[in-house]
Design a protein around this ligand. Structure first.
Ligand code: PLP
Length: 440
């Protein structure tokens, strides 16, 4: 960690502490003026590792494949969210806000990251949650959101969440200080959040320049609320990399298109210019990016056969754990296009966006779920006997009286080898292969 860089976690920091510019942040190295005009609160330490996927490349007989593992970016929760929140939490603190209100689906990774990192910095998180198919992962996530101290509202649909948002803003206003909560769009995909991925692309360019990996011809990344893809699109262009971004559509909760990705990239560029960064003139045209929309299946949160196959393939070849909502679908696009012979030209980089750090709070028992607030208790217990996909009871019963409350007793009741491996991951063994996936 460089001189003056805020430590990644642990203590609450004052606003003045975040104005001390970190020494190692690619965006600041490139545009030093942003150190003071666009403060960042370090939640992770870059660069995230880049690793060749040699066994997968061999198995597919395709081009050279690589991964950039943002799953390890963060301190208490990894993945793409920490990169956005570094800018967003700094902004909320600078504006004197004490509450962040944001939107997500019931299994939201963004909501959990916001609640965990917000809490570390004295911010309360209020979440408006819309429905998604209830899987074991979703049940556990709702419980984690609750444990992380988030205030939860169940809005069911996106239009309802939009209608509810102003009421919730007023309800959680800080009347004594005459301040509304900080409103953060779904997925943290404001221009400020996208700046985190402008930095990430510059970070990748530094890794290419240092010879850690060859310049990718293609970069595959999940497209959920567009902040990650938009930031990368802009950052790749600023870095002078010729890599073609391949955003894989994983959500139909709100309409997403190349126009939307390019639009957010342009708004992000405007923000950087406003804050004093001398960005070249010109706009990114929607034609410069093509959204890959054939891998979504029945919709957000619905698993696909191609996704499950990609999950198995990555686990077997590389020991890399994917999840069904974002990363498996993204990888299914990459694998599908390699197999169809449409990606002969490499190298191809897969940008991993899901947490690979030990998950907080362990695994809930059925009793734990029964103690959730009523609206979420009903949701978490729904179809529980059917497990994820009718695969048997998925969650453990409460430990017997007197039994230890952590460790083996709280493991998910296994219904098969695959579920066993998932359990290990949920308990912290996020990466199981020999590759240097795990953080130190
Ligand atoms: C694991 C994971 N990957 C990818 C994404 C998509 O990123 P974005 O919303 O910036 O498009 C999300 C968003 O929630 C996510 O949780």
């Amino acid at each position: 960690m460089g001189l003056g860089e805020a430590p990644p976690s642990g203590r609450k920091r004052s606003v003045s502490a975040i104005e001390v510019a970190p020494a190692r942040y690619a965006l600041y190295a490139r545009y030093p003026e942003l150190r003071t005009t666009l403060p960042r609160l370090a939640l992770g330490t870059g660069p995230s590792p880049v690793v060749p996927l040699t066994r997968l490349s061999e198995k597919l007989g395709g081009p050279q494949l690589w991964v950039k593992n943002d799953g390890l970016y963060g301190s208490v929760y990894g993945g793409n969210k920490a990169r956005k929140l570094e800018l967003i939490i700094a902004d909320a603190l600078r504006r004197g806000r004490r509450t962040i209100i944001t939107v997500g689906a019931t299994g939201t990774n963004h909501g959990l990251a916001t609640a965990l990192y917000g809490r570390e910095h004295g911010l309360r998180t209020v979440l408006l949650l819309v429905e998604q198919p209830v899987t074991d992962r979703v049940r556990r996530q709702v419980w984690r959101l609750h444990k992380a101290g988030a205030v939860l509202y169940r809005a069911r649909t996106v239009p309802r969440a939009a209608a509810l948002a102003p009421l919730v803003m007023v309800r959680h206003a800080d009347w004594r200080r005459a301040r509304l909560p900080y409103f953060l769009p779904a997925g943290g995909s404001s221009p400020l959040g996208a700046v985190g991925f402008v930095n990430a692309a510059l970070e990748l360019a530094d890794q290419v320049a240092a010879g850690e990996l060859p310049e990718p011809a293609h970069i595959f990344v999940a497209l959920g609320s567009a902040g990650t893809a938009a930031g990368l699109l802009l950052g790749l262009r600023l870095a002078g990399l010729r890599s073609r971004l391949e955003p894989v559509l994983v959500s139909d909760l709100t309409p997403l298109s190349s126009k939307k990705v390019a639009g957010l990239a342009n708004r992000t560029a405007r923000l950087l210019r406003q804050r004093g960064a001398p960005l070249p003139r010109g706009e990114i045209a929607p034609e410069e990016v093509t959204v890959l929309s054939d891998w979504l299946g029945d919709g957000y949160g619905h698993s696909t056969l191609a996704g499950s196959r990609a999950e198995d393939l990555l686990r077997e070849t590389e020991g890399l754990e994917l999840e069904g909502v974002y990363t498996a679908k993204t990888m299914s696009a990459l694998v599908g296009l390699v197999e169809a012979g449409e990606l002969r030209e490499g190298p191809v980089l897969y940008w991993h966006t899901y947490n690979a750090l030990p998950l907080p709070f362990g695994t809930p028992t059925e009793e734990d779920l029964r103690r959730l607030p009523r609206a979420f208790r009903d949701l978490a217990l729904r179809n529980m006997e059917m497990g994820d996909v009718g695969a048997g009871l998925a969650l453990p019963r409460a430990p017997a009286r007197g039994a230890p409350t952590s460790g083996g007793n709280l493991r998910v009741a296994a219904t098969g080898g695959r579920r066993n491996r998932r359990t290990a991951r949920e308990q912290g063994a996020a990466w199981t292969g020999g590759a240097p996936w795990r953080g130190t």
